[in-house]
Design a protein around this ligand. Structure first.
Ligand code: GDP
Length: 362
């Protein structure tokens, strides 16, 4: 079984990276997410974008469509199967787990308002990303608010900028420079994405507008390129499961459920699972694995699709007994045939102790 896993683990067989969005309030995080999703909702289900529990899945076909304008030479490579974007900006499980080594997010988008530059929560987010060693890009959002900006909807950024008046180009350069300097003052080297010659050392800035859609193709292209170039190893399928509890919710007809992000591996109906609970570790069996019906409103009850088995990366709802005291942010483990349940219980609970000791000392 291990050989099989190893054989499957190659750069030709990568799982989808998981992307989080964070930044200061009102910089446009929610709007950016809406904008990426929306263009495809209009095109119906053809793009294959699916709403998941707490996340949205973009298959590579959808990303290809959305990056056409910045891939005119056809040289862009698409190796990952898609991208899973966590829906809730600044979700607590992202911050909750800051003391742990492994991370829910493989890559992050830090959103900055070009009219405001660096703000207090931007610095908080920066420190968080740095602590967690999460690679990220910066979306320099709201470029349409530059004085006299003439929008070309959903265009690539460079082309849009080239078509602006000199005064607009100058205002852009000025604001970009100021933000780059502010980042430097916080110990971070940054560069405009198409001038960035060293993605390992410099963080890329992508100018975007969540209103006009400009720069969004560039942002998607950068996310895909960066994950493929810099994280192939992290994106290989593992036989071991990697799963995080996002939320604990009572659902009529299902009882207490947990919404989880499965980052790697496979979950099956009936699996014995272990996670952190307020009164000690919780061990229980998966009664149902659920995802929303395609294109239907998430919150309507009994609209779920049942699965016998789900594969990473995706968002899924788990129904099981004894979930009342589960803790959002907890890791979820599966008890395998050779595992000792008590060992796993101790393992997940050690996360919690680390978390509390971190909290009390900081
Ligand atoms: P969040 O708090 O970061 O999630 O920010 P929101 O997405 O809720 O956006 C905050 C406000 O900024 C809303 O009024 C948005 O309409 C507006 N906004 C977001 N993105 C843009 C943009 O690209 N251009 C302009 N002009 N306004 C934007």
């Amino acid at each position: 079984q291990i050989d099989e896993a190893k054989a499957a683990a190659s750069v030709e067989n990568l799982r989808s990276p998981i992307c989080c969005i964070l930044g200061h309030v009102d910089t446009g995080k929610t709007k950016l997410l809406d904008k990426i999703r929306q263009t495809n909702v209009q095109e119906g289900e053809a793009g294959g974008i699916t709403q998941q529990i707490g996340a949205t899945y973009f298959p590579m076909d959808a990303i290809k469509q959305k990056t056409v304008v910045v891939n005119k030479d056809g040289k862009m490579e698409y190796k990952v199967p898609g991208l899973l974007v966590i829906d809730t900006p600044g979700h607590e499980s992202f911050t909750n787990l800051r003391s742990r080594g492994s991370s829910l997010c493989n890559i992050a988008i830090l959103v900055v308002d070009i009219m405001h530059g660096l703000e207090p929560q931007t610095i908080e987010s920066l420190n968080l990303l740095r602590d967690r060693k999460t690679p990220f890009i910066v979306a320099l959002n709201k470029i349409d608010r530059l004085y006299d900006w003439k929008a070309i909807p959903n265009n690539g950024f460079q082309d849009s900028l080239a078509k602006q008046k000199k005064s607009v180009q100058n205002e852009f350069k000025d604001r970009l420079e100021k933000t780059i300097v502010a980042f430097q003052e916080n110990g971070l080297n940054a560069a405009l994405f198409y001038e960035n010659k060293n993605m390992g050392k410099y963080v890329s800035f992508v100018p975007t507008s969540a209103h006009t859609g400009e720069g969004i193709p560039d942002m998607l292209k950068l996310l895909v390129t960066l994950t493929q170039q810099r994280m192939a190893e992290k994106l290989m399928y593992l036989s071991e499961i990697e799963c995080t509890v996002l939320e604990v919710k009572v659902i009529e007809g299902l009882g207490t459920t947990i919404d989880v992000i499965l980052s790697n591996g496979v979950l099956r109906e009936g699996d014995r699972i272990v996670m952190c609970g307020l009164n000690g570790a919780i061990s229980t069996n998966i009664r149902a694995l659920l995802t929303p019906q395609p294109l239907k409103e998430l919150r309507i009850k009994s609209q779920y699709v049942h699965h016998k088995e789900v594969k990473a990366a995706l968002g899924v709802k788990i129904a099981a007994n004894d979930l009342e005291h589960a803790i959002a942010g907890s890791r979820l483990l599966v008890v395998g045939p050779d595992d000792d349940e008590e060992d796993l219980e101790m393992e997940v609970m050690s996360d919690l102790e680390q978390l509390f000791s971190k909290v009390s000392t900081s």
